[in-house]
Design a protein around this ligand. Structure first.
Ligand code: PLP
Length: 380
């Protein structure tokens, strides 16, 4: 029996045809595919602006940088998240204040955040953990009352809707990831969404070495007229990074985005099947899955004997994972490990199960049956 993968990208011939088209054109760097992706993405999220980056990590770094917060100010962020969310704060010479998980959703606990905000806090970086929406209505209301910026980390929730509004369109900026395991992928890639024109302008320059005009905008007329004469002149006033996406990745992302409704529908069906069957055997799910208009990246469970169960499932050809070791547990962040007791405990029980569109119903039933077998063996 072939091992059931934990994640698997869903790549169709449409993506491949797109890559061939870009190959033929022989412009594989940042160009019109990136611009088209940005336009399609902003329509999809229903926000004013979208800017592509070469990763979700880069998107977070730039989104924070664009606010020009004073050194050593504080940003609150989930403790249970991928390290990139917290790295982005340190990379901007700011201090991460780790927020504990809500016991039900394992996401950003507003109750805990309220206790931790002080006069040096400048923003909330809210991760929609596993794809479950954070309570953005209350969070944005609270942020407004304290004059805090809100940045949404949407790496896990592309296409998810909360109270009728797409995630990534609630805060001052939203950051997405197209890394290979994510809901849509371009190999690597990311996107920043915002409704703030000034923010957009700053991010745009920082995205490409501080240069305000990108090569395609400068050269498209010349390129299209077949006269190879690149206008070379540019000036740099602000420090920037090399965080732009290229057309090769963008064309893959565009074709993935066209298929997002289908991709999320299939994921929802798999999650429903998992939830129904796990319930029957009395296993607690990782998140309170609400599958109506959600986009979940993680399917998982909570189990007291996580390590033993992982080992057992591995022997049964089922890949599993742990998302995540809390930020506070990484040596780099140990000094920020303050009052995050729940996430520092619950992470020992969390287990990620396979979730991707290449899975069959049979795979899901097989996985649940193996968990059931483990339960039976454990009790004998
Ligand atoms: C919550 C979260 N934020 C940010 C990122 C960073 O995204 P990328 O891998 O595209 O840099 C990830 C990636 O796994 C993530 O899970």
């Amino acid at each position: 029996m072939k091992k059931i993968r934990l994640f698997c990208p869903d790549l169709s011939n449409k993506e491949l045809d797109g890559v061939k088209k870009v190959f033929k054109k022989k412009w594989i760097g940042q160009g019109e595919e990136v611009i088209k992706l940005e336009n399609e993405f902003k329509k999809f999220i229903n926000c004013k602006y979208a800017l592509a980056t070469n990763s979700g990590s880069a998107a977070l770094h730039l989104a924070i940088a664009a606010f020009n917060f004073k050194k050593k100010k504080k940003i609150l962020v989930n403790n249970l998240t991928f390290v990139s969310s917290a790295n982005a704060i340190l990379l901007n010479n700011l201090e991460p204040v780790l927020v504990d998980s809500d016991p039900n959703t394992l996401g950003f606990s507003l109750e805990d955040a309220k206790k931790k905000v002080d006069k040096n806090t400048v923003a909330l970086l809210v991760v929609h953990y596993g794809g479950h929406p954070a309570e953005m209505e209350k969070i944005t209301k609270f942020a407004k009352s304290k004059k805090l910026k809100v940045i949404e980390d949407c790496a896990h929730c592309l296409g998810g809707v909360y109270k009728g509004r797409k995630l990534g369109n609630w805060g001052d900026a939203g950051c997405f990831s197209f890394e290979e395991k994510k809901i849509i992928t371009s190999g690597d890639g990311g996107m920043i969404t915002t409704n703030d024109k000034k923010l957009l302008k700053k991010i745009k320059a920082m995205r490409w070495c501080g240069i305000e005009k990108d090569t395609w905008s400068r050269d498209k007329k010349i390129f299209k007229s077949n006269k190879v004469n690149y206008s070379w002149y540019y000036e740099v006033s602000n420090l920037g990074y090399k965080y732009n996406l290229n057309d090769l990745s963008a064309v893959i992302a565009r074709n993935q985005l066209k298929r997002i409704k289908f991709l999320n529908l299939v994921r929802r069906k798999i999650i429903k099947l998992y939830v129904q069957n796990l319930k029957k055997i009395g296993i607690k799910t990782l998140l309170p899955y609400m599958t109506k208009d959600s986009s979940y990246w993680l399917m998982g469970i909570r189990h007291k004997q996580r390590e033993k169960l992982m080992e057992y499932l591995n022997k049964k050809n089922i890949s599993t994972g742990v998302h995540y070791l809390p930020v506070s547990k990484h040596p780099l962040f140990k000094k920020f490990n303050k009052k995050v007791n729940f996430s520092n405990t619950i992470w020992k029980e969390i287990l990620t199960l396979p979730l991707h569109t290449n899975m069959s119903k049979k795979d899901v039933i097989y996985i649940v049956n193996q968990i059931k077998n483990f339960e039976t063996l454990k009790n004998t």
